[in-house]
Design a binder for this molecule. Structure first.
Ligand SMILES: Cc1cc2nc3c(=O)[nH]c(=O)nc-3n(C[C@H](O)[C@H](O)[C@H](O)COP(=O)(O)OP(=O)(O)OC[C@H]3O[C@@H](n4cnc5c(N)ncnc54)[C@H](O)[C@@H]3O)c2cc1C
Length: 474
């Protein structure tokens, strides 16, 4: 419920243009990029909506906002680019959505220190442009580079193209400035290595806004590569390509980009029969970048490894096309949200086939077994595996499931079964998109007793439970 008193307190704090209760703003901030069909049937919030959307412009405003929310027990939901796929920025309990995009300055590029200090609402592509002027670049390049923010990508510990070489967003964080749930401002020391006790910023990396609001971060910056080379290689079957990828990592060769995918034909009228139908085309895209001698050596060795595993080189143009189009899906997402004025959660859902996707981290030794068991599980559940593959490393396995009849309950059961299988094989249930609402019900299964430790930390830092309540099973 909108209390006029809180509205006027927020307006005093942030100015009239820093607060909105207008329906267009409320609707746009009612969810991130989660689609409702991905939640367990019956558990999807019906019509989520914050009561207020606010745009703080300074750290001091964020601190005062957090204190006000504490006094009034009002939920705060941080919001960056709103591209999260798990419902992390969806205000399940209403309250205030804190849109950070006015805090978007690149405060400093320290070229000599190879680092950049950017505010939480800075879009990754803008940070990259600032670095470009100094001959440097950001090592994080997700599909959503043109819209996702520094704060959002740290809070989901996102992974991008080039993750094989430079690591996840969390691995690129040197230090974080954040407002804790009681309004205190903390800054961790931005050095590449310290040995001075646990670093608090690790609580914010992947913290999905539950442990505080990140206001700025110091990130590693990398030299722009002297050379970048592209390769596409076809394999006769998934296992051959998998073995090639694993051979690369076995000798410590991590390409900047590694995308290995297998597409399956749509089921015949007789249905999808699982592993025995699995003869889809398989393609590996590799990008090597860095100083010229390294690139040449990596290229030579990787191609030899792939040939040994029966890989056949495809024209370089197909690898370049893949590279050039790698952000297209996200550009479509942005256009659709702009044109409808609605996040996907509120956009009308077309009848027909629906898809879900799973991104799990496994011990390398279990990947092939996992793939086969997923294909069989999906067939038994009556859903189709449209594609599956590896991203950045042999251990990071993804698959897309499709229910041709649009049966959300059936698709959800199948997706849950393959996620739980990953946990049972010693893996983690997600490697890049976070937990949010989508995976909250599996957090106890994922973390066991350590979930209680996380909950205890959450209660200590946020006794009023105002920071992004209802997320991550906390
Ligand atoms: C088409 C498409 C493609 C995608 N491709 C990729 C991909 O390649 N790799 C990948 O990893 N992900 C991908 N994603 C998911 C998404 O882009 C990432 O999860 C991204 O990290 C979210 O950033 P954001 O700024 O949009 O955060 P938001 O969605 O706004 O927020 C994400 C979470 O972080 C919290 N948060 C936001 N800002 C702050 C802050 N300042 N302080 C504390 N908490 C905060 C929110 O409350 C929420 O829990 C894709 C999504 C779409 C729609």
């Amino acid at each position: 419920m909108i209390t006029p008193h809180l509205t006027s307190q927020l307006t005093d704090l942030l100015g009239t243009d820093g607060v909105s209760t207008a329906s267009a703003d409320i609707r746009l901030h009612a969810a991130d990029a989660l689609r409702p069909g991905r939640l367990a049937p019956g558990s999807a919030p019906d019509a989520p909506a914050p009561q207020w959307v606010v745009w703080p412009a300074t750290v001091d405003q964020v601190q005062r906002l957090v204190r006000l929310a504490n006094q009034t027990r009002t939920p705060l939901v941080p919001y960056g680019g709103g591209t999260g796929l798990m419902g992390g920025a969806l205000p399940v309990h209403g309250g205030i959505v804190v849109d950070l995009t006015r805090m978007a300055a690149v405060r400093r590029v320290d070229a000599e220190d190879r680092r950049v200090v950017a505010e939480a609402g800075a879009v990754l592509a803008d940070v990259d442009r600032a670095l470009d002027r100094e001959g440097l670049m950001l090592g994080h390049d997700p599909w959503t580079v043109s819209v996702a923010t520094v704060g959002g990508t740290i809070s989901t510990n996102s992974l991008g193209y080039r993750g094989g070489q430079y690591g996840s967003m969390g691995e690129q964080v040197l230090g974080i400035e954040a407002v804790l749930p009681d309004g205190r401002l903390v800054s961790t020391r931005p050095v590449p290595k310290s040995s001075t006790g646990p670093a608090l910023h690790h609580l914010l990396i992947g913290g999905e806004g539950c442990f505080g609001i990140i206001t700025a971060a110091t990130l590693k910056a990398f030299p722009q590569p002297e050379q970048r080379r592209f390769h596409a290689i076809a394999f006769p079957d998934f296992e051959s390509g998998y073995r090639a990828v694993d051979d690369l990592f076995a000798i410590g060769l991590a390409p900047a980009l590694l995308e290995y995918g297998e597409d399956f034909a749509a089921p015949t009228p007789a249905g999808w029969t699982g592993a025995e139908d699995a003869d889809g085309s398989t393609e590996l895209f590799l990008v090597f970048e860095g100083y010229a001698e390294l690139v040449a050596a990596q290229e030579r060795r990787a191609l030899a490894v792939c040939r040994k595993r029966r890989g056949m080189s495809l024209p370089e143009s197909s690898a370049r096309a893949f590279w050039d189009h790698r952000h297209r899906v996200a550009d479509r997402f942005v256009a659709q949200r702009r044109d409808t004025g609605l996040p996907p959660y509120l956009q009308p859902q077309e009848p027909g086939p629906i898809a879900d996707f799973v991104h799990v981290a496994l011990p390398a030794s279990r990947v092939l077994e996992y793939r086969k068991r997923c294909l069989d599980l999906a067939a038994a559940a009556g859903v189709w595996v449209r594609d599956c593959g590896l991203w950045n490393r042999p251990e990071l396995f993804s698959l897309a499931l499709v229910d041709g009849d649009g049966d959300a309950a059936r698709l959800h059961r199948a997706a849950n079964a393959v996620i739980e299988l990953a946990q049972d094989l010693g893996g983690a249930m997600e490697y890049c998109h976070g937990v949010g609402l989508r995976l909250a019900h599996l957090m106890a299964r994922e973390h066991g007793e350590s979930l209680e430790a996380l909950r205890a930390i959450k209660r200590t830092l946020d006794p009023a439970g105002i920071m992004n309540p209802g997320k991550m099973g906390l």
